[in-house]
Ligand binder design. Structure first.
Ligand code: HBI
Length: 355
């Protein structure tokens, strides 16, 4: 049974710009797998997107959607003039008759509000936990009136919403063929992510200073003053800022590390960098917070640590030799391959189309 799918990307940035965060990777991976399975598909995305083989439809408009994670709970919805989000959904309205299912990847109010106005069914893959009252309300309304159409990445993320039991949990998936298993690591620890306060980098740096084990830092320096504050606070920490690397280069460097430290201050819906590390055979040391609590298999593929406890990180580092790196790769192959994610996603789509 083949479907005609219309994927609606995030308005945060053109595909390939990196501005769309984890959603860019998620959308591209699901699209690749759906095409491989024989489904027809088009991706609607802001102008300026680059995408090797994926069929994209670029839409003009202002990329000025406020990042939802920067809003406070009571913030109202803001839609600017010539919003690319509004333009993308006007295009979807015009072509909806050519598709069996529309899949929304944006964490925005408009696609959810428009759902009852469309004839074509719409699936929403929600990329973050509960952030604002107005988003919670509209997601709940759709979850109730359009059963099975709300997808999430983890039970912990779903649990941030009052309607958790109405959410379909999809985990996430990667193209494992671009992640090479590395059996023999160097001594280095790794930290990967946007360098921004909610990612808690300072704790990983503190652990490197205490243990004296070098820490390689990968990621986009989003908040320069935050980075400079860390350097002033830990002048002797053995850290090296590698920079933002594209996936193929990142996995090569990450794979050589003894462990990935994951130190989020906020509830990460999932943990894309964590499954990238597992795919390379790299054990995880992560705060017991958010989606990571469902990824780390305690004592087998890593250790979960008391949130915000640097001492906990230091303690876990001492036990790294107990972890078999092959087991880490195995978990990625069992749970996070494109095949496994494709099965979960296809099943979700069928469930909606059977409604
Ligand atoms: N904020 N308003 C808004 N819309 C999005 O689609 C969105 C966002 N913030 C972050 C984000 N998407 C992606 O980076 C996700 O990967 C989290």
């Amino acid at each position: 049974m083949y479907h005609k799918l219309l994927f609606m990307s995030t308005p945060m940035g053109a595909i390939g710009s990196g501005l769309g965060g984890g959603v860019e990777l998620t959308l591209s991976n699901i699209a690749t797998e759906m095409l491989r399975r024989g489904h027809k598909l088009e991706i609607v995305t802001p102008q300026g997107s680059i995408s090797n083989s994926l069929p994209i439809k670029e839409i003009p408009g202002e990329l000025i959607q406020i990042p939802a994670q920067n809003q406070s709970r009571s913030d109202p919805i803001v839609l600017h003039k010539n919003s690319v989000l509004a333009n993308m959904w006007d295009y979807a309205r015009q072509v909806q008759a050519d598709y069996d299912l529309i899949v929304n990847f944006a964490y925005d109010w408009l696609p959810l509000y428009l759902t009852p106005f469309f004839n074509c069914p719409i699936a929403h893959l929600i990329s973050m936990g509960s952030l604002t009252d107005v988003m919670d309300q509209i997601i709940e309304q759709i979850a109730i009136n359009f059963p099975n159409t709300i997808g999430v990445h983890s039970q912990t993320q779903a649990a941030t919403f009052t309607f958790a039991k109405r959410c379909i949990c999809l985990l996430n998936g990667l193209d494992l063929s671009i992640y090479q298993f590395c059996p023999k690591p160097t001594q280095n620890l790794a930290w990967v992510g946007r360098i921004s306060p909610e990612k808690g980098l300072e704790d990983a740096v503190a652990a490197a200073e205490i243990t004296g084990i070098p820490l390689k830092i990968f990621g986009f320096k989003q908040d320069i003053s935050y980075w400079e504050k860390i350097c002033q606070e830990y002048p002797n920490a053995p850290i090296e800022y590698v920079g933002f690397l594209p996936t193929v280069e990142l996995q090569k460097e990450l794979g050589k590390c003894r462990s990935l430290l994951v130190t989020p201050r906020w509830i990460e819906a999932f943990g894309n960098v964590a499954i990238e590390a597992l795919a390379c055979g790299v054990p995880l040391i992560a705060y017991r917070r958010g989606g990571l609590t469902e990824i780390v298999q305690e004592g087998k593929t890593g250790f979960l640590v008391e949130p915000d406890s640097v001492q906990g990180l230091v303690e876990a580092i001492k036990h790294l030799d107990e972890i078999d790196r092959q087991t880490c790769r195995q978990q990625a192959e069992t749970l996070y391959s494109l095949e496994a994610m494709g099965d979960r996603t296809e099943e979700w789509f069928q469930k909606i189309l059977r409604n």
